[in-house]
Design a protein. Structure first.
Length: 98
């Protein structure tokens, strides 16, 4: 039995060359989905994303957002990309003594 490797699909559809009402006529099944609406021959840019459900992904979920500890706020992984001095490197904040 082959189990679907993803869940919670998200669909993004964009008409190319004009406006037309588009919609997902059939959700993902067997690695396919159907788009309906629009005009015959119209190009559609589409993207489908889903939440991985394989064993590794389930064991190693990535948190969406993590609050920095107070002492690391205002510091960067790459301060030079923000025009900040080297002293604003997050490693400096982690190793300094208070």
């Amino acid at each position: 039995m082959v189990r679907d490797a993803h869940k919670d699909y998200r669909y993004q559809l964009t008409c190319i060359g004009g406006f037309a009402p588009l919609y997902v006529a059939e959700e993902v099944s067997n690695n396919q989905f159907k788009i309906a609406g629009g005009k015959s021959g119209m190009k559609v840019s589409w993207q489908v994303t889903g939440v991985r459900q394989d064993a590794w992904a389930n064991a190693h979920r990535i948190p969406v957002e993590i609050e920095k500890p107070e002492r690391e706020r205002g510091y960067y992984l790459h301060p030079e990309l923000y025009g900040a001095p080297d002293e604003k490197n997050i490693e400096w904040a982690r190793t300094r003594t208070l």
